[in-house]
Design a protein around this ligand. Structure first.
Ligand SMILES: [Zn+2]
Length: 234
């Protein structure tokens, strides 16, 4: 779920960045046209001013100089107007891209919301499941003798795991091999302690692979002496 959230949020961020890039390009074109219009106005005003001076010229040279200025300023105004037109065309090309990018942002934002809502729902389910398990755990603890519980709790805080299922004559908690005597007692259904790490160890016949060839003392009916009950971990 967190990976799914990250994926949805990354896609949304990428779409937002893309949309912001286009929006920035549109703003730059707009600013360019504002500047061009100011410059075009300046050139047009100069043309008007020179035209008003045409009637008051005294010599053909003066007339020619003014005509030259008028021509230059008008040409500049035209050139800048063409630039402005090109900028407008670029903006028009950006507009549909911008609309598409905005639509994508909205769609991906909705997707991210859906994923977040699903995650919240899942967290609620997990919290309920956890509460149920906590209740079951408390109920189970009440059925266990207090010294066993204390020992279990000490092991949890020091080792992380207090009780482990033994497989292949080895403690899964610390990877140490078990003494044959311990192994035999486990297989009789005893709950014991690992000599090495003190974790509580047990053997589950239903979960274990077919045992290796039994040692002679394990063969039933061979007159093995009954054992005295043994305190786990003692
Ligand atoms: Zn161990």
């Amino acid at each position: 779920m967190p990976a799914e959230i990250a994926l949805a949020e990354n896609a949304l961020t990428a779409a937002q960045n893309h949309s912001a890039e286009i929006s920035g390009a549109l703003a730059r074109e707009e600013a360019l046209r504002t500047r061009l219009e100011r410059e075009i106005d300046g050139h047009r005003q100069k043309v008007a001013r020179f035209r008003s001076q045409v009637d008051s010229v005294k010599t053909p040279a003066q007339a020619q100089a003014i005509e030259h200025e008028i021509h230059f300023e008008a040409a500049e105004a035209d050139r800048l107007e063409n630039e402005e037109l090109a900028s407008l065309e670029r903006s028009e090309a950006y507009e549909p891209q911008f609309a598409g990018a905005r639509a994508q942002v909205e769609s991906l934002a909705a997707d991210a919301d859906t994923v977040r809502a699903r995650l919240a729902e899942r967290q609620k389910d997990l919290a309920a499941e956890l509460a149920t398990l906590d209740d079951a755990r408390e109920a189970a603890r009440e059925t266990i003798e207090s010294d066993w519980l204390a020992r279990f709790d000490r092991l949890v805080s020091s080792r992380g795991t207090a009780i482990v299922r033994v497989d292949n004559q080895q403690c899964p908690g610390c990877r140490m091999g078990l003494r044959p005597q311990i192994w035999n007692e486990l297989r009789e259904g005893r709950l014991l302690s690992c000599d090495s790490c003190s974790r509580l160890i047990y053997w589950d016949p239903a979960m274990s692979p077919v045992p290796k060839a039994p040692q002679p003392e394990l063969i039933p009916g061979q007159g093995r002496a009954p054992r005295k009950p043994r305190q786990a971990g003692a």
